[in-house]
Write a protein that binds this ligand. Structure first.
Ligand code: SF4
Ligand code: SF4
Length: 384
């Protein structure tokens, strides 16, 4: 049974530092993890894209700073790393996200993940036996080699997966272009993608997980299309799965409604938990526009998919034709003719990486008006 610790907090550094320190100490006390002198400690925030902290796209730099100072007080060596989704230079990204400024003067290594290693065993030394479709998994060498991993996700919505929390944050340990390649390999199937995310989690098993829900994101996250929302809370646990389940409870979402929770349960990782601290119920949290679901009789599915399910759509008046989305698209479904973008919906796998990386809120999920009507029709056809 895991404990999930909950604290009301704010980005006021003295208070936040005290809250993070107490939470890390509580997780250490209630689990077998110890950050010992000389240990190599990987701090894995969410550094999805270049964005200032008030946009709620990335883990707040002061939470990263507090975690790093805790590690330093233990005489251990903190390293802050991620592999982000955009094509920005990592050095520019950490400036824009406020991380470079927050860690300035501290002996902390800040480093982009660049080297991958095939996963042969889990970090705790067990044989790694993923389902065959995931057995080519390679992860950041620095993550696999760390003595302790501190996972610092942001509480955000995610157009494809509903929410991006502690388990999903570890997808950033897949290096560079291998991320969109996985999207392409797994296509639109959320269950397969959730299975991949839980497989990554089982290989890494971060010892400490603290989610930044002080300024969360609702709406069409996880990039610039989401809406910052003040929740004023940090939550932490030795189990990322338990933490994600607790966050779902706080937001009024059934625990199995999050695909990664369901995949974890199916893979035997049903980490039960108790709450320590006062967890409020969040009212009217805005979840993202549901992404496309393929339904109806098989002979109609191609037509339905291309014309009547949700899909990414360019907002031309906001688009700067910067090509970030073109470069990230794993299906090469976006082209730029120098005047406007074109989306090839036959190729598009609805991964919504383009929405994640667009720095100008110029892509949104478009849900055709006919979707509701078609869903009613589909109910009359009990095809799978
Ligand atoms: S949609 Fe966004 S990312 Fe794509 S070209 Fe336009 S501004 Fe750039
Ligand atoms: S167009 Fe967007 S949603 Fe479609 S495959 Fe490309 S990145 Fe994914």
């Amino acid at each position: 049974m895991f404990q999930v610790f909950v604290k009301e907090s704010a980005y006021e550094y003295a208070k936040l530092r005290k809250d993070v320190f107490e939470m890390m100490a509580s997780i250490e006390e209630t689990s077998s993890v110890r950050i010992s002198a000389g240990a190599r400690v990987l701090i894995k925030p969410n550094l999805l894209a270049s964005a200032p902290p008030d946009k709620a796209v990335t883990t707040h730099p002061l939470i990263i700073k507090a975690a790093a100072e805790y590690v330093l007080e233990k005489g251990a060596h903190p390293q802050v790393s991620d592999s982000h989704a955009s094509f920005a230079k990592f050095s520019n990204l950490i400036e824009d996200c406020g991380v470079a400024g927050a860690l300035n003067g501290l002996p902390v290594e800040i480093k982009e993940f660049t080297v991958s290693k095939k996963v042969l065993s889990t970090r705790n030394g067990n044989k790694f036996t993923p389902a065959s479709r995931y057995n080519t998994l390679e992860l950041a060498e620095d993550a696999l080699a760390a003595d302790v991993i501190i996972n610092l996700p942001k509480l955000k919505t995610h157009t494809q997966m509903g929410l991006t929390l502690a388990v999903k944050n570890l997808f950033g340990c897949v290096v560079g272009r291998r991320k969109p390649q996985w999207h392409l390999n797994l296509g639109e199937d959320k269950e397969l993608f959730a299975g991949l995310l839980v497989t990554i989690y089982s290989a890494l098993r971060p010892e400490i997980n603290i989610i930044d829900g002080i300024l969360s994101m609702e709406g069409d996250g996880p990039g610039s299309g989401g809406i910052p929302r003040q929740l004023g809370v940090i939550m932490g646990s030795g189990s990322a799965v338990a933490l994600d389940m607790a966050v779902c409870r706080m937001l009024g979402l059934g625990r199995m409604a999050l695909p990664t929770n369901k995949a974890a349960y199916d893979m035997g990782l049903n980490d039960e938990f108790t709450i320590s601290g006062e967890m409020k119920s969040v009212e009217n949290f805005i979840f993202p526009t549901p992404s496309g679901v393929i339904f109806g009789p098989p002979f109609m599915r191609k037509f339905i998919r291309n014309n009547l399910t949700s899909h990414p759509k360019n907002i031309e008046r906001l688009c700067k034709l910067c090509n970030e989305c073109v470069k990230i698209c794993p299906a090469q479904a976006i082209t730029n003719n120098t005047k406007r973008l074109h989306f090839d919906y036959d190729k598009c796998i609805r991964c919504y990486c383009c929405i994640e990386v667009c720095p100008h809120k110029a892509i949104r999920v478009h849900q055709p008006l006919a979707v509701a009507a078609i869903k009613k029709i589909a109910k009359a056809f009990p095809f799978k």
